[in-house]
Design a protein around this ligand. Structure first.
Ligand SMILES: C[S@@+](CC[C@H](N)C(=O)[O-])C[C@H]1O[C@@H](n2cnc3c(N)ncnc32)[C@H](O)[C@@H]1O
Ligand SMILES: [Zn+2]
Length: 390
Protein backbone atom coordinates (compact mmCIF):
# COMPACT_ATOMS: atom_id res chain seq x y z
CA UNK A 1 0.00 0.00 0.00
CA UNK A 2 1.56 3.33 -1.09
CA UNK A 3 0.92 6.10 1.42
CA UNK A 4 1.12 9.87 1.38
CA UNK A 5 1.05 12.33 4.27
CA UNK A 6 -1.69 14.88 4.84
CA UNK A 7 -2.23 17.56 7.49
CA UNK A 8 -5.62 18.17 9.05
CA UNK A 9 -6.20 20.32 12.12
CA UNK A 10 -3.15 19.73 14.33
CA UNK A 11 -2.37 16.21 13.14
CA UNK A 12 -0.27 14.55 10.46
CA UNK A 13 -1.81 11.43 8.96
CA UNK A 14 -0.59 8.82 6.51
CA UNK A 15 -3.36 7.96 4.05
CA UNK A 16 -3.27 5.62 1.06
CA UNK A 17 -2.42 7.17 -2.31
CA UNK A 18 -5.67 7.28 -4.26
CA UNK A 19 -6.93 8.41 -7.63
CA UNK A 20 -10.61 7.93 -6.85
CA UNK A 21 -12.42 7.94 -3.48
CA UNK A 22 -13.89 4.46 -3.15
CA UNK A 23 -15.02 2.13 -0.38
CA UNK A 24 -12.81 -0.48 -2.09
CA UNK A 25 -9.58 1.41 -1.21
CA UNK A 26 -7.24 -0.66 1.02
CA UNK A 27 -7.92 1.91 3.77
CA UNK A 28 -10.67 4.47 3.34
CA UNK A 29 -9.95 8.18 3.57
CA UNK A 30 -12.13 10.92 2.11
CA UNK A 31 -10.72 14.47 2.01
CA UNK A 32 -14.26 15.76 1.30
CA UNK A 33 -15.16 14.80 4.89
CA UNK A 34 -12.68 17.29 6.36
CA UNK A 35 -15.52 19.72 7.12
CA UNK A 36 -17.37 16.90 8.89
CA UNK A 37 -14.26 16.13 10.97
CA UNK A 38 -13.61 19.83 11.73
CA UNK A 39 -17.19 20.22 12.97
CA UNK A 40 -16.84 17.03 15.04
CA UNK A 41 -13.76 18.44 16.79
CA UNK A 42 -15.69 21.63 17.55
CA UNK A 43 -18.83 19.82 18.76
CA UNK A 44 -16.94 17.36 20.99
CA UNK A 45 -14.87 20.25 22.42
CA UNK A 46 -18.09 22.03 23.40
CA UNK A 47 -19.51 18.81 24.83
CA UNK A 48 -16.32 18.29 26.86
CA UNK A 49 -16.65 21.82 28.28
CA UNK A 50 -20.25 21.07 29.30
CA UNK A 51 -19.33 18.10 31.51
CA UNK A 52 -17.20 18.40 34.63
CA UNK A 53 -14.79 15.55 33.91
CA UNK A 54 -12.32 14.29 31.31
CA UNK A 55 -13.90 12.21 28.58
CA UNK A 56 -13.39 8.94 26.70
CA UNK A 57 -14.19 8.71 23.01
CA UNK A 58 -14.78 5.74 20.71
CA UNK A 59 -14.14 6.25 16.99
CA UNK A 60 -16.02 3.11 15.98
CA UNK A 61 -15.28 3.23 12.22
CA UNK A 62 -11.73 4.54 12.38
CA UNK A 63 -10.30 4.05 8.87
CA UNK A 64 -6.89 5.78 9.02
CA UNK A 65 -7.69 6.75 12.63
CA UNK A 66 -7.93 10.40 11.72
CA UNK A 67 -10.99 11.17 13.85
CA UNK A 68 -9.84 9.52 17.07
CA UNK A 69 -6.35 10.99 16.61
CA UNK A 70 -7.72 14.49 16.03
CA UNK A 71 -10.02 14.23 19.07
CA UNK A 72 -7.11 13.12 21.28
CA UNK A 73 -4.71 15.76 19.96
CA UNK A 74 -7.00 18.76 19.54
CA UNK A 75 -9.51 18.53 22.40
CA UNK A 76 -8.33 19.27 25.93
CA UNK A 77 -9.54 16.64 28.39
CA UNK A 78 -9.81 13.58 26.13
CA UNK A 79 -8.23 11.09 28.54
CA UNK A 80 -8.87 8.07 26.31
CA UNK A 81 -9.62 7.58 22.61
CA UNK A 82 -10.31 4.12 21.20
CA UNK A 83 -10.05 3.77 17.43
CA UNK A 84 -11.71 0.71 15.96
CA UNK A 85 -12.00 -0.79 12.48
CA UNK A 86 -12.76 -4.23 11.13
CA UNK A 87 -10.22 -3.91 8.32
CA UNK A 88 -6.77 -5.16 9.46
CA UNK A 89 -4.98 -2.75 7.10
CA UNK A 90 -6.87 0.15 8.63
CA UNK A 91 -5.93 -1.01 12.12
CA UNK A 92 -2.25 -1.19 11.12
CA UNK A 93 -2.36 2.31 9.59
CA UNK A 94 -4.27 3.78 12.55
CA UNK A 95 -1.57 2.37 14.89
CA UNK A 96 1.16 3.93 12.73
CA UNK A 97 -0.67 7.26 12.71
CA UNK A 98 -1.14 7.17 16.48
CA UNK A 99 2.63 6.72 16.89
CA UNK A 100 3.35 9.46 14.33
CA UNK A 101 1.34 11.92 16.43
CA UNK A 102 2.90 10.74 19.72
CA UNK A 103 -0.39 10.00 21.46
CA UNK A 104 -0.33 7.79 24.53
CA UNK A 105 -4.03 8.01 25.37
CA UNK A 106 -5.06 6.35 22.07
CA UNK A 107 -5.55 2.61 21.56
CA UNK A 108 -6.53 0.82 18.36
CA UNK A 109 -8.75 -2.29 18.08
CA UNK A 110 -9.94 -4.59 15.33
CA UNK A 111 -13.53 -5.49 16.05
CA UNK A 112 -16.93 -5.43 14.50
CA UNK A 113 -18.64 -2.15 15.39
CA UNK A 114 -21.55 -3.81 17.16
CA UNK A 115 -19.19 -6.06 19.13
CA UNK A 116 -17.00 -3.28 20.49
CA UNK A 117 -20.02 -1.20 21.46
CA UNK A 118 -21.61 -4.13 23.32
CA UNK A 119 -18.32 -5.21 24.95
CA UNK A 120 -17.58 -1.68 26.16
CA UNK A 121 -21.04 -0.93 27.53
CA UNK A 122 -21.01 2.22 29.65
CA UNK A 123 -17.32 2.92 29.02
CA UNK A 124 -17.50 5.84 26.57
CA UNK A 125 -18.67 9.41 26.92
CA UNK A 126 -18.67 9.94 23.16
CA UNK A 127 -19.47 7.37 20.48
CA UNK A 128 -18.72 8.39 16.89
CA UNK A 129 -20.42 6.34 14.19
CA UNK A 130 -19.09 7.10 10.70
CA UNK A 131 -19.81 4.05 8.54
CA UNK A 132 -20.14 3.48 4.82
CA UNK A 133 -23.78 4.23 3.95
CA UNK A 134 -26.41 3.75 6.63
CA UNK A 135 -25.69 3.84 10.37
CA UNK A 136 -28.97 2.03 11.05
CA UNK A 137 -27.29 -1.34 11.79
CA UNK A 138 -25.28 0.19 14.65
CA UNK A 139 -27.63 2.56 16.46
CA UNK A 140 -29.12 -0.22 18.61
CA UNK A 141 -25.67 -1.16 19.98
CA UNK A 142 -24.84 2.50 20.57
CA UNK A 143 -28.14 2.86 22.44
CA UNK A 144 -27.32 -0.13 24.65
CA UNK A 145 -23.75 1.07 25.18
CA UNK A 146 -23.88 4.83 25.70
CA UNK A 147 -24.26 6.03 29.24
CA UNK A 148 -26.56 8.79 30.38
CA UNK A 149 -24.96 12.17 29.74
CA UNK A 150 -22.91 10.77 26.85
CA UNK A 151 -22.92 12.09 23.31
CA UNK A 152 -23.60 10.20 20.10
CA UNK A 153 -22.26 11.54 16.78
CA UNK A 154 -23.73 9.81 13.73
CA UNK A 155 -23.06 10.16 10.00
CA UNK A 156 -25.38 8.80 7.30
CA UNK A 157 -24.39 8.80 3.62
CA UNK A 158 -27.43 6.93 2.33
CA UNK A 159 -29.16 10.20 1.52
CA UNK A 160 -31.04 8.74 -1.46
CA UNK A 161 -33.00 6.58 1.01
CA UNK A 162 -33.46 9.26 3.68
CA UNK A 163 -34.48 11.91 1.15
CA UNK A 164 -36.97 9.71 -0.66
CA UNK A 165 -35.34 8.95 -4.02
CA UNK A 166 -36.01 5.35 -2.99
CA UNK A 167 -38.87 4.72 -0.55
CA UNK A 168 -38.46 1.05 0.38
CA UNK A 169 -34.86 1.23 1.65
CA UNK A 170 -35.90 4.07 3.98
CA UNK A 171 -38.78 2.01 5.33
CA UNK A 172 -36.51 -1.03 5.78
CA UNK A 173 -33.60 0.80 7.40
CA UNK A 174 -35.36 3.53 9.37
CA UNK A 175 -38.95 2.33 9.72
CA UNK A 176 -40.13 5.60 8.18
CA UNK A 177 -41.69 6.82 4.95
CA UNK A 178 -39.56 9.47 3.26
CA UNK A 179 -41.05 12.52 1.61
CA UNK A 180 -39.55 13.57 -1.72
CA UNK A 181 -40.09 17.32 -1.63
CA UNK A 182 -38.00 20.46 -2.17
CA UNK A 183 -37.12 20.22 1.55
CA UNK A 184 -36.32 16.48 1.43
CA UNK A 185 -32.89 16.91 3.08
CA UNK A 186 -34.54 18.35 6.17
CA UNK A 187 -37.05 15.49 6.18
CA UNK A 188 -34.18 13.01 5.83
CA UNK A 189 -32.23 14.50 8.74
CA UNK A 190 -35.41 14.41 10.84
CA UNK A 191 -36.09 10.78 9.86
CA UNK A 192 -32.58 9.90 11.04
CA UNK A 193 -33.11 11.79 14.33
CA UNK A 194 -36.50 10.09 14.80
CA UNK A 195 -34.94 6.69 14.23
CA UNK A 196 -32.19 7.41 16.79
CA UNK A 197 -34.79 8.63 19.32
CA UNK A 198 -36.99 5.53 18.88
CA UNK A 199 -34.02 3.15 19.12
CA UNK A 200 -32.64 4.78 22.29
CA UNK A 201 -36.12 4.88 23.84
CA UNK A 202 -36.10 1.06 24.19
CA UNK A 203 -33.40 1.55 26.81
CA UNK A 204 -35.34 4.36 28.54
CA UNK A 205 -32.85 6.78 27.02
CA UNK A 206 -33.79 9.99 25.23
CA UNK A 207 -31.96 12.31 22.88
CA UNK A 208 -31.34 16.04 22.99
CA UNK A 209 -30.14 16.99 19.54
CA UNK A 210 -27.41 19.60 20.01
CA UNK A 211 -26.34 20.11 16.41
CA UNK A 212 -27.05 18.55 13.04
CA UNK A 213 -26.50 19.32 9.38
CA UNK A 214 -26.97 18.02 5.88
CA UNK A 215 -23.96 18.77 3.68
CA UNK A 216 -23.17 17.50 0.19
CA UNK A 217 -23.63 13.71 0.22
CA UNK A 218 -24.07 13.14 3.95
CA UNK A 219 -26.00 13.98 7.10
CA UNK A 220 -24.66 14.23 10.63
CA UNK A 221 -26.34 14.40 14.05
CA UNK A 222 -24.87 15.17 17.49
CA UNK A 223 -27.13 14.29 20.42
CA UNK A 224 -26.64 14.12 24.17
CA UNK A 225 -28.37 11.24 25.92
CA UNK A 226 -30.55 11.42 29.01
CA UNK A 227 -32.11 8.55 30.95
CA UNK A 228 -35.46 7.85 32.60
CA UNK A 229 -38.81 6.43 31.49
CA UNK A 230 -40.87 9.58 32.11
CA UNK A 231 -38.46 11.90 30.29
CA UNK A 232 -38.15 9.41 27.44
CA UNK A 233 -41.94 9.21 27.09
CA UNK A 234 -42.12 12.98 27.08
CA UNK A 235 -39.37 13.31 24.47
CA UNK A 236 -41.11 10.85 22.13
CA UNK A 237 -43.89 13.42 21.82
CA UNK A 238 -41.50 15.17 19.42
CA UNK A 239 -42.12 12.41 16.87
CA UNK A 240 -44.65 13.11 14.17
CA UNK A 241 -45.46 13.31 10.48
CA UNK A 242 -45.41 15.90 7.71
CA UNK A 243 -48.30 16.06 5.25
CA UNK A 244 -47.36 17.79 2.00
CA UNK A 245 -49.53 18.96 -0.90
CA UNK A 246 -47.65 18.97 -4.21
CA UNK A 247 -50.41 21.03 -5.81
CA UNK A 248 -50.17 24.21 -3.70
CA UNK A 249 -47.02 23.38 -1.60
CA UNK A 250 -48.96 23.51 1.66
CA UNK A 251 -47.43 21.40 4.41
CA UNK A 252 -48.69 20.60 7.90
CA UNK A 253 -46.82 18.99 10.81
CA UNK A 254 -48.79 16.45 12.83
CA UNK A 255 -47.22 15.50 16.14
CA UNK A 256 -47.72 12.09 17.74
CA UNK A 257 -47.33 8.52 16.51
CA UNK A 258 -50.91 8.06 15.31
CA UNK A 259 -52.33 11.51 14.60
CA UNK A 260 -55.45 11.97 12.50
CA UNK A 261 -54.16 13.24 9.15
CA UNK A 262 -56.67 14.33 6.52
CA UNK A 263 -56.25 12.78 3.08
CA UNK A 264 -56.69 16.11 1.31
CA UNK A 265 -55.14 19.55 1.57
CA UNK A 266 -57.54 21.97 3.31
CA UNK A 267 -56.29 24.83 1.08
CA UNK A 268 -56.67 23.38 -2.42
CA UNK A 269 -58.16 19.90 -2.02
CA UNK A 270 -54.98 18.30 -3.45
CA UNK A 271 -53.83 14.92 -2.18
CA UNK A 272 -51.63 14.96 0.92
CA UNK A 273 -48.42 12.92 0.74
CA UNK A 274 -47.34 11.91 4.23
CA UNK A 275 -43.79 11.28 5.49
CA UNK A 276 -42.66 9.97 8.88
CA UNK A 277 -42.44 9.19 11.66
CA UNK A 278 -39.75 11.83 11.98
CA UNK A 279 -38.32 14.11 14.65
CA UNK A 280 -40.32 17.36 14.82
CA UNK A 281 -38.30 18.63 17.80
CA UNK A 282 -35.15 20.73 18.06
CA UNK A 283 -32.40 19.93 15.53
CA UNK A 284 -29.91 22.54 16.84
CA UNK A 285 -29.58 23.82 20.37
CA UNK A 286 -28.96 27.55 20.11
CA UNK A 287 -26.61 27.75 23.14
CA UNK A 288 -24.64 24.73 21.93
CA UNK A 289 -24.28 26.17 18.41
CA UNK A 290 -23.27 29.52 19.88
CA UNK A 291 -20.58 27.80 21.99
CA UNK A 292 -19.40 25.95 18.88
CA UNK A 293 -19.09 29.31 17.11
CA UNK A 294 -16.99 30.70 20.01
CA UNK A 295 -14.81 27.57 20.11
CA UNK A 296 -13.84 27.82 16.42
CA UNK A 297 -11.38 30.62 17.28
CA UNK A 298 -9.53 28.36 19.72
CA UNK A 299 -8.91 25.56 17.21
CA UNK A 300 -6.92 24.94 14.04
CA UNK A 301 -9.44 24.12 11.32
CA UNK A 302 -8.52 23.91 7.64
CA UNK A 303 -12.18 24.50 6.73
CA UNK A 304 -12.68 27.33 9.21
CA UNK A 305 -14.61 29.60 6.83
CA UNK A 306 -17.06 26.87 5.89
CA UNK A 307 -17.46 25.89 9.55
CA UNK A 308 -18.27 29.48 10.51
CA UNK A 309 -20.75 29.93 7.65
CA UNK A 310 -22.59 26.73 8.53
CA UNK A 311 -22.69 27.48 12.26
CA UNK A 312 -23.96 31.03 11.68
CA UNK A 313 -26.83 29.75 9.54
CA UNK A 314 -27.67 26.92 11.95
CA UNK A 315 -27.70 29.44 14.81
CA UNK A 316 -30.21 31.53 12.87
CA UNK A 317 -32.49 28.60 12.13
CA UNK A 318 -32.23 27.02 15.57
CA UNK A 319 -35.67 28.22 16.69
CA UNK A 320 -37.33 27.99 13.30
CA UNK A 321 -40.40 25.89 12.48
CA UNK A 322 -40.21 22.47 10.82
CA UNK A 323 -39.79 22.44 6.97
CA UNK A 324 -38.68 25.33 4.75
CA UNK A 325 -39.84 27.04 1.56
CA UNK A 326 -37.73 26.97 -1.61
CA UNK A 327 -38.53 30.31 -3.15
CA UNK A 328 -38.16 29.35 -6.84
CA UNK A 329 -40.55 26.46 -6.29
CA UNK A 330 -43.11 28.72 -4.59
CA UNK A 331 -42.78 31.36 -7.33
CA UNK A 332 -43.11 28.71 -10.06
CA UNK A 333 -46.28 27.57 -8.33
CA UNK A 334 -47.46 31.19 -8.41
CA UNK A 335 -46.40 31.39 -12.10
CA UNK A 336 -44.19 34.37 -11.40
CA UNK A 337 -40.45 35.05 -11.32
CA UNK A 338 -38.69 35.00 -7.96
CA UNK A 339 -37.92 38.32 -6.25
CA UNK A 340 -34.69 38.48 -4.21
CA UNK A 341 -34.86 36.20 -1.16
CA UNK A 342 -33.79 39.04 1.12
CA UNK A 343 -36.76 41.19 0.00
CA UNK A 344 -39.20 38.39 0.85
CA UNK A 345 -37.50 37.87 4.20
CA UNK A 346 -37.66 41.58 5.03
CA UNK A 347 -41.34 41.80 4.18
CA UNK A 348 -42.17 38.69 6.21
CA UNK A 349 -40.32 40.20 9.17
CA UNK A 350 -42.12 43.52 8.71
CA UNK A 351 -45.46 41.68 8.75
CA UNK A 352 -44.51 40.12 12.09
CA UNK A 353 -43.60 36.59 10.97
CA UNK A 354 -40.58 34.61 12.13
CA UNK A 355 -38.09 34.27 9.29
CA UNK A 356 -34.60 32.84 8.91
CA UNK A 357 -32.27 31.44 6.29
CA UNK A 358 -31.58 27.71 6.35
CA UNK A 359 -28.34 25.79 5.84
CA UNK A 360 -30.27 23.24 3.74
CA UNK A 361 -30.53 25.58 0.76
CA UNK A 362 -29.32 29.09 -0.10
CA UNK A 363 -32.56 29.81 -1.99
CA UNK A 364 -34.91 28.79 0.83
CA UNK A 365 -36.27 30.37 3.99
CA UNK A 366 -37.90 29.21 7.18
CA UNK A 367 -40.97 31.01 8.45
CA UNK A 368 -44.04 30.52 10.58
CA UNK A 369 -46.14 32.04 7.78
CA UNK A 370 -48.18 29.35 6.04
CA UNK A 371 -48.07 28.84 2.27
CA UNK A 372 -51.04 31.19 1.66
CA UNK A 373 -49.50 33.95 3.76
CA UNK A 374 -46.13 33.49 2.06
CA UNK A 375 -47.69 33.59 -1.40
CA UNK A 376 -49.58 36.80 -0.49
CA UNK A 377 -46.32 38.39 0.66
CA UNK A 378 -44.64 37.48 -2.63
CA UNK A 379 -47.57 38.79 -4.70
CA UNK A 380 -47.59 42.06 -2.71
CA UNK A 381 -43.84 42.39 -3.14
CA UNK A 382 -44.04 41.82 -6.90
CA UNK A 383 -46.85 44.38 -7.17
CA UNK A 384 -44.91 46.97 -5.15
CA UNK A 385 -41.81 46.36 -7.26
CA UNK A 386 -43.69 46.70 -10.56
CA UNK A 387 -45.34 49.97 -9.32
CA UNK A 388 -41.86 51.26 -8.40
CA UNK A 389 -40.69 50.62 -11.93
CA UNK A 390 -43.49 52.68 -13.52
C1 LIG B 1 -16.50 5.75 6.04
S1 LIG B 1 -15.14 4.81 6.57
C2 LIG B 1 -14.56 5.69 8.00
C3 LIG B 1 -13.86 6.95 7.70
C4 LIG B 1 -13.19 7.63 8.86
N1 LIG B 1 -14.07 7.72 10.02
C5 LIG B 1 -12.69 9.02 8.44
O1 LIG B 1 -13.22 10.05 8.92
O2 LIG B 1 -11.77 9.07 7.62
C6 LIG B 1 -15.85 3.39 7.26
C7 LIG B 1 -14.85 2.44 7.90
O3 LIG B 1 -15.60 1.43 8.58
C8 LIG B 1 -14.91 0.19 8.47
N2 LIG B 1 -15.95 -0.85 8.68
C9 LIG B 1 -16.87 -1.32 7.79
N3 LIG B 1 -17.71 -2.19 8.40
C10 LIG B 1 -17.33 -2.25 9.71
C11 LIG B 1 -17.82 -2.94 10.85
N4 LIG B 1 -18.88 -3.75 10.77
N5 LIG B 1 -17.19 -2.77 12.03
C12 LIG B 1 -16.12 -1.94 12.13
N6 LIG B 1 -15.61 -1.26 11.07
C13 LIG B 1 -16.20 -1.40 9.89
C14 LIG B 1 -14.29 0.23 7.10
O4 LIG B 1 -13.16 -0.62 7.05
C15 LIG B 1 -13.94 1.73 6.96
O5 LIG B 1 -12.60 1.95 7.35
ZN1 LIG C 1 -52.86 22.13 -1.45
Amino acid sequence: MDNKTIHEGKVTIKVPEFEKITAKAPVFYNPAMELNRDLSVVAISVYKESVDHDISVCDVFGGTGIRGIRYAKEIDGVEKAVINDLNPLAVELAKENTKLNELHQVSVCKDDANMILRKCKGKFDVIDIDPFGTPSYYVESAAASLRSGGMICITATDTSALCGTYTEPCIRKYGAIPLKTEYCHENGLRILAGFIARTFSKYKKYIEVKFSHSTEHYMRIYAVIGKGAANTDESLKSLGYIAHCKNCLNRIVFKGLSPVIPGKCPICGGIFNVGGPLWCGEMYNQDFVSSMRDTVNELVLNKENKVIKLLDTCFEESNAPVTHFEIHKVCKNLKTSAPPLIDIMNLLKKEGFFVSRTHFSPTSLKTDANITELKNIIVNLKQAQSTDQI
